[in-house]
Design a protein around this ligand. Structure first.
Ligand SMILES: *[C@@H]1O[C@H](CO)[C@@H](O)[C@H](O)[C@H]1NC(C)=O
Ligand SMILES: *[C@@H]1O[C@H](CO)[C@@H](O)[C@H](O)[C@H]1NC(C)=O
Ligand SMILES: *[C@@H]1O[C@H](CO)[C@@H](O)[C@H](O)[C@H]1NC(C)=O
Length: 499
């Protein structure tokens, strides 16, 4: 008798996989780091030991080398090679690499998701309407940050322990962003704020599925994570419905105002008004409103969760360093006196120490590998002579670049909160090594808004509270593979002025 056990099938499958998936490396490619475990390659080190692994590879192979992870060869770049990736945006594409992790083109069914083409519009919106309207919107942002603070942290006459810090501060940021994206009229609705606040979280849940099937083929991973959508589950559509329901009456009201007031109509400064002014806007066509609402949700995705992340990282960095908190309080107090508590864009620009501190906090985001790009032209030859072909994924050594000694000096590894004071180097300024907002022509256009919002919220927090880590120590971030999330330990808040 001839019996085939599961085990034998498994072994045969693995052998086939081994043969078809053996990495093929061309002649002039960056050095390929050798590995011992077939199929798995460097996956284990990538997931569980990324810092040491990448450091050792860099020491041995230089600023440009390739590793083998989840069944794929990936080229890892730092220093000059990294700069080249940003410079040559016709050869290297960020959106296709993001779509592989999160299939936006399938999740967003009306606006085509986030592609190289649609991104031009979204980037323009972020640059002109979000970052570009900072001065106009500071008051509203400030008002709702304060409201959010009162609601989510509130009175701390007795020391109050805040758990779930990221979620808490995400709710505060969501309240203020909903008001300047959807407008104050729509933002009175709790469900809209909740929808905006949890959008990135719901969509991002797909990120948590490990790409095991990529060992066989990356498309297989995409097919499986989008399978639930075939049965009607789509995290975007639920939120789209909420947003449409809340925006429709506001749109009707504004259109009425327009007909009544004519030239006397005073346009609102929110994103809704901007989308309403698009030449192809017609909310009576259901698909058309869906299209514009999805455009709005793309910006929601890109802004709320990332801004709250910046705030929370800075909070932890501050909560573990009471002497820095005191120094920032002094600065805040001076500025607050000058303007009698009402901050405008001018005061925000005066917060130099705070700006430096936030920049240093961002520089210490500690992501080892980030900003994946796909090489999309026929082939690309780096100035070091190495060549990669179309379809190669490129990952950036974020931590290595952000702590480059030639840019920050011998103490580049250290956390020096006031490193950038008087250095003409604000937190929004992109340069060769400061790559937290990407680089080149496609650097994040929302960064001016994100930094301003972060400064404003931290300013208000510093004025109102003393805060510290519960442990009294500087808390470390948590690694998930080569990227970090904020610490999950508690923070303690206490009113500065007791009553
Ligand atoms: C932010 O988004 C990421 C992934 O998209 C998610 O894992 C994280 O929990 C989100 N954070 C909050 C506070 O929603
Ligand atoms: C509605 O939206 C689509 C995009 O899906 C756009 O191309 C079209 O011109 C819009 N306007 C009308 C009136 O349909
Ligand atoms: C500052 O604000 C307080 C109350 O908010 C007000 O009583 C006071 O007159 C203001 N001072 C100036 C100089 O505007």
């Amino acid at each position: 008798m001839f019996e085939v056990s599961m085990f034998q099938i498994f072994v045969i499958f693995m052998i086939i996989l081994y043969i078809i998936k053996r990495p093929r490396i061309g002649k002039n490619e960056p050095p390929f780091v050798p590995y011992t475990i077939p199929i798995l390659g460097h996956t284990y080190n990538y997931l569980f030991n990324p810092k040491k692994f990448i450091k050792e590879c860099k020491e041995q192979y230089g600023d440009c080398f390739s590793i083998y992870v989840f069944g794929h060869v990936m080229t890892v770049v730092s220093r000059d090679s990294l700069t080249e990736v940003f410079r040559n945006s016709d050869d290297f594409d960020f959106s296709s690499a993001i779509n592989e992790l999160l299939p936006f083109h399938r999740l967003f069914t009306y606006n085509g998701g986030i592609t190289k083409e649609t991104n031009i519009f979204h980037a323009k919106t972020a640059r002109e309407q979000v970052s570009g309207k900072l001065a106009l919107n500071t008051n509203i942002v400030q008002k709702y940050l304060m409201k959010g603070m009162d609601k989510c942290i509130g009175d701390c006459n007795d020391p109050k322990i805040v758990d779930n810090t990221w979620l808490t501060f995400n709710n505060i940021v969501a309240l203020s962003i909903t008001n300047i994206f959807a407008g104050e009229e729509a933002a009175i609705h709790e469900d809209l704020i909740k929808s905006f606040g949890s959008f990135a979280f719901d969509v991002g849940s797909l990120l948590m599925i490990p790409p095991i099937l990529s060992f066989i083929h990356p498309k297989l991973h995409e097919i499986v994570i989008t399978l639930p959508m075939k049965f009607g589950w789509n995290p975007v559509s639920r939120h789209r419905e909420v947003v449409m329901n809340r925006l429709r009456p506001v749109i009707e009201k504004r259109l009425k105002e327009k007909t009544i007031l004519g030239n006397n109509y005073k346009p609102y400064n929110d994103l809704l008004e901007y989308y309403m002014n698009q030449p192809n806007f017609d909310y009576t066509i259901p698909d058309n409103l869906s299209y514009h609402v999805e455009n709005l949700l793309v910006l929601v995705f890109a802004s709320i969760n990332t801004t709250s992340r910046t705030v929370v990282d800075a909070l932890y960095d501050l909560a573990g360093r009471p002497e820095v908190l005191n120094e920032l309080y002094e600065e805040a107090l001076t500025i607050n006196k000058e303007c009698n508590g009402t901050i405008t864009i001018l005061e925000i620009q005066k917060m130099e120490k705070l700006d430096s501190f936030i920049k240093e906090s961002l520089r210490h985001s500690d992501n080892i590998l980030a900003l994946p790009h796909y090489m999309i032209s026929k082939s690309y030859t780096f100035s070091n002579g190495y060549t990669i072909l179309r379809g190669r994924k490129v990952l950036m050594c974020a931590d290595d670049m952000l702590k480059a000694k030639e840019c920050y000096g011998d103490d580049a590894e250290e956390f020096k909160p006031f490193r950038f004071v008087n250095a003409k180097s604000p937190a929004t300024k992109i340069d060769r090594s400061y790559i937290v907002f990407g680089g080149g022509r496609h650097a994040c256009p929302g960064r001016f808004f994100a930094i301003t919002e972060t400064k404003l919220l931290l300013h208000k927090l510093i004025m109102k509270y003393k805060f510290s880590t519960k442990s009294g120590k500087i808390e470390k971030k948590i690694y998930i593979g080569p990227i970090t999330i904020p610490s999950q330990s508690s923070l303690v808040f206490e009113n500065r002025v007791k009553c």
